[in-house]
Ligand binder design. Structure first.
Ligand code: BGC
Length: 436
């Protein structure tokens, strides 16, 4: 296939602050991880110490031949108490952005990636109708202070994550699924079912936030349908705040989008699922500049819900199906309903066999190339993840990174898959230079 990558295509890898920085002590996750008897396999601790090692990590990505880096700014650091902005943390992220620019990496910055300030949760979290204005106030500050170094901004990571997670549970409640079917993003399945043991955990966590258990609404674990409005309103107000300060910045949201397929008889149910996890969000995105697509595997829908992983299929460390073609399916679905530029903001696989990661990247990128050849407006590919990191409740032993991290020494090891991705980027960028 001739090189279909458009000029300025963004090749990169992604991280999220809480998963890599370490010692995110003012965040809700930090608090939740410390409560004994909960669902966290282990606390995040120093994570990958990216808070101190970002220059080294950014240099590694640049050395591979990538031209972009997606990372998140941690709200809990910028605004550790409501209305109090920490100048030294703003300076920290300024230096991260400068490091990217100095290495020739375009930064793609996420403003909320699952973790929130502890105080926000004390103030009602993601069900409080003032949360959108509070989010917009933090976002405004970030853009006022750092906007000169930003390019692409993702307001909220996986705005639809709980809709995706709840689908899995819906299936199990009907007795159709099996234990580890498709549970996304390091969310322990029990966390969504709320058995008595968990209600106890909530009971122990709530006082740490000064709320009652039924008032505890972190971004992940908030199941009430009203969350949807709060999240989308937060996105809209953040977008308006960004554009008011710096209209040139490219603003989008990211969505968790498994490739939806159906077996015979599952078509109607598929439409319901698609509505729930995808179409319900579109109305809020029409004034955006791009959409961030995050795909890991497929979900096969039967007449009553999402089916278990097909028997005999290869599985990743997360228990989902090894299915790199999911990216192509999702990109085509997104392009059918939305005419915005598409950035793949996450795509990857948890495995200790790096040759399978190479295979995954090869097939996922080939699918993306077919989409580009058909004219889909794809503007970048950010692999998840740059580093082996803290996979939320599941801790450190799920390995998504193209760069390994020694848990004792924090030493980095660049994996073969990183060179493979870097070589894809280099050959596409060389072809671009030849054209110009
Ligand atoms: C999330 C990441 C997570 C990854 C792998 C994505 O949905 O944005 O934070 O680590 O999935 O589970």
């Amino acid at each position: 296939m001739s090189n279909p990558f458009p000029d300025h295509f963004l090749w990169g890898a992604a991280t999220a602050a809480h998963q890599v920085e370490g010692n995110n002590t003012n965040s809700d996750y930090w608090v939740m991880e410390q409560v004994p008897g909960g669902l966290f396999k282990e606390p995040s601790g120093d994570a990958c110490d990216h808070y101190h090692r970002y220059r080294e990590d950014i240099q590694l990505l640049a050395d591979l031949g990538l031209n972009s880096y997606r990372f998140s700014i941690e709200w809990a650091r910028i605004e550790p108490e409501e209305g109090v902005f920490a100048a030294e943390e703003i300076a920290h992220y300024r230096d991260m952005l400068l490091a990217c620019r100095e290495c020739g990496l375009t930064p793609i910055v996420t403003l909320h990636h699952f973790s929130s300030p502890r105080w926000l949760i004390s103030a009602g979290g993601w069900l409080n109708e003032q949360t959108p204005a509070r989010f917009a106030s933090y976002v405004r500050k970030v853009v006022q202070e750092l906007g000169d170094l930003l390019s692409y901004v993702c307001t909220i990571n996986e705005a639809n994550i709980m809709s995706v997670a709840l689908l899995t549970i819906d299936t199990r409640d009907r007795g159709l699924g099996e234990a580890e079917t498709n549970a996304p993003v390091g969310i322990q399945e029990q966390a969504l079912r709320m058995p008595p043991a968990l209600q106890n955990w909530f009971g122990r966590m709530a006082p740490r936030f000064n709320v009652r258990p039924d008032q505890l609404h972190p971004f992940i674990l908030t199941m009430a349908p009203e969350r949807h409005q709060v999240i989308l309103e937060a996105h809209k107000q953040a977008r308006e705040a960004i554009k008011a300060v710096n209209p040139a910045l490219q603003v989008g949201i990211t969505l968790a989008l498994p490739d939806l397929q159906s077996v015979e008889g599952g078509e109607e149910r598929l439409r319901v699922v698609e509505q729930e996890i995808y179409l319900n969000y579109l109305e809020a995105l029409h004034h955006d500049d791009f959409i961030g697509v995050q795909t890991y595997s497929r979900s096969i829908v039967g007449p009553h819900g999402v089916l278990p992983v097909p028997e005999g299929a290869e599985r990743t460390q997360m228990g989902n199906e090894f299915y790199p073609e999911a990216l192509e399916g999702t990109l085509r679905r997104v392009a059918r309903h939305l005419s915005l530029p598409i950035m793949v903001t996450e795509n990857g696989v948890a495995t200790d066999d790096d040759s399978r990661r190479i295979e995954y990247i090869r097939r996922a990128v080939a699918g993306m190339q077919r989409c580009l050849a058909d004219g889909l407006p794809i503007i970048g590919y950010q692999h998840w993840s740059a580093l082996d990191n803290f996979e939320w409740m599941l801790g450190f032993d799920k390995h998504f990174g193209i760069i390994g991290v020694d848990r004792q020494t924090q030493e980095r090891t660049v994996k073969e898959s990183a060179y493979f991705l870097g070589n894809l980027a280099k050959s596409a960028l060389r072809a671009e230079q030849t054209r110009s």
